[in-house]
Unconditional design. Structure first.
Length: 89
């Protein structure tokens, strides 16, 4: 039973669930009278959060790509990457 619970926790962590979410899911996993709607709600909330994080990462990557394109990458001291990081946007 403990090995199964550890495997459950590991898979949930691999999917990026937070500790509190894993506790909720583990409780539902052990509760044979659970409602699947409760499990689905937690999963879909997590999907929404993952999608928000993915969009934020895409925006960060686009910003860094833009800054890197504007940098000459030569012996000059001026660097748009450092200027971009130092600006208050």
């Amino acid at each position: 039973q403990d090995a199964n619970a550890l495997g459950f926790i590991r898979r949930a962590r691999d999917l990026g669930f937070a500790v509190a979410e894993i506790q909720d899911l583990l409780g539902l996993w052990r509760d044979r009278s659970r409602h699947s709607a409760d499990v689905k709600r937690i999963a879909l909330q997590h999907v929404d959060e993952l999608e928000r994080k993915a969009e934020a990462l895409r925006e960060m990557a686009a910003t860094l790509k833009h800054l890197a394109r504007t940098c000459h990458g030569d012996q000059r001291p001026d660097c748009p990457i450092l200027e971009g990081l130092g600006s208050a946007h």
